[in-house]
Design a protein around this ligand. Structure first.
Ligand SMILES: NC(=O)c1ccc[n+]([C@@H]2O[C@H](COP(=O)([O-])OP(=O)(O)OC[C@H]3O[C@@H](n4cnc5c(N)ncnc54)[C@H](OP(=O)(O)O)[C@@H]3O)[C@@H](O)[C@H]2O)c1
Length: 223
């Protein structure tokens, strides 16, 4: 497949690019810098583009089988909610103009539900540092769900903690807003597997998914 990935040089985006290339897909790796993501194969072609520029997005995605986004809002201490919603609004407008059939988006974990009506971000021990970004991702998801005319999307929340790690191939996939039990951590490499699975399958249009580490199975007790 031809995949156009925005945010391809980032911590998560670069792992999605690597996973997709390893499966034989061609990846256009877009960022504002246009840098080559670290350690990539010849199947990953860097490109300069701002996801907030609909005309450039349309140009980049016009031949894409599927589009992916691992974008961030401002991390300068200002409220990222408005800017991230605007970024995704402009981005999806470009995706629509370019005629790309589907977009898969890296979301946030903070608005996953730990109990009916209670989001992870509402818990007293949720770190203050991550709250603005978590709420910004929630605002993007609200925006996606509110407008059925938007191009087809899938929004994939990582576990509460995600970082560089090991590709184990073992993880759990949740469908919907509930936080998976003992979600804890996911390596960015395993998250990328779930993400590329969705890029390939398109199995969850207009749905939110979440990805979490596997939970060790209890060893069967002998009688
Ligand atoms: N547990 C969680 O919920 C959790 C944890 C971590 C991350 N996340 C989310 O995952 C996403 C990716 O995070 P990350 O840590 O991988 O981010 P990152 O390392 O900062 O990478 C961001 C990427 O986006 C690109 N980018 C930013 N603005 C852009 C624009 N306007 N147009 C095109 N490219 C742009 C950056 O390159 P340029 O600057 O060169 O454009 C870079 O490639 C974020 O939305 C983050 O909030 C969620």
């Amino acid at each position: 497949m031809d995949i156009v990935l925005f945010g391809a040089t980032g911590m998560i985006g670069s792992r999605i690019a690597a996973e997709a290339a390893a499966r034989g897909h061609n990846v256009t790796a877009v960022s504002r810098s246009g840098a080559q993501p670290d350690g990539q194969s010849a199947r990953v072609a860097p490109a300069v583009g701002d996801a907030g520029d609909p005309a450039r997005v349309a140009e980049l995605v016009k031949n894409a089988d599927v589009v992916a986004a691992a974008l961030v809002g401002p991390r300068d201490g200002t409220d990222p909610r408005g800017p991230l919603v605007r970024l995704y609004t402009d981005f999806l407008s470009g995706v629509r103009d370019g005629g790309a059939p589907r977009t898969v988006i890296v979301g946030g974990a903070g608005t996953l539900l730990v109990a009916p009506g209670t989001r992870l971000v509402d818990l007293p021990d949720f770190p203050d540092t991550y709250k603005p970004e978590a709420l910004a991702h929630g605002a993007v998801l609200d925006m996606l769900r509110a407008d059925p005319a938007l191009p087809t999307w899938t929004y994939i929340s990582p576990a509460p903690e995600i970082g560089p790690g090991t590709r184990t191939g073992e993880f759990r996939l949740g469908v919907g807003d509930d936080l998976l039990p003992d979600a804890g951590h996911i390596s960015a490499e395993d998250y990328a597997i779930a993400f590329v699975d969705e890029l390939e399958s398109g199995a969850h249009p207009r749905q939110r998914l979440s990805v979490a580490q596997s939970v060790a199975q209890p060893v069967a007790q002998k009688a």
